[in-house]
Design a protein around this ligand. Sequence first.
Ligand code: ZN
Length: 172
Amino acid sequence: MDRPPNPRSARFVADTMLGRLAKWLRILGYDTHYDPSLDDDALLRIAWAEDRILLTRDHALARRGGPQAFLIDRDDLIDQLQAIRQRFGEPLDAPFSRCPVCNARLLVVPKEAVALCVPAFIWQHHERFHRCPQCGRIYWPGSHFERMQTVLRALGGDRLRAGDGEGPRISI
Ligand SMILES: [Zn+2]
């Protein structure tokens, strides 16, 4: 079932209870603001000011947000991701293109540039590296990638798959 992407609403701000969901939304390619220090008023301000959909588990906060909010009423991560995708469409960015820690778009970096930044064993056995311009973390394909592929497969849809089996290593 193909739904047209909804560019207006494909960006999010997640409430303090949704840190894990926020990480996964970023991995899937959704621009997702998450800062656990924000209170309800600050979350609503960001939602309106930056035209982000406020994702929340709090019924009262969802009511306050009105059309700018989306209530997350499921406990299971896959169910949550599916509900968001069904309501708001596919992510605007490719999977594995955002830093799951701080939401910045990852940059591809030449292998030589990270020789001193990653363990020698990793450097020798991988060819593709990404760096977050905001927090400086280096990512490479690794053991966690398989788990992410499993989640992506559970969500279904070719556009959400990473495709070539390569992607940055991200610890969840
Ligand atoms: Zn980062």
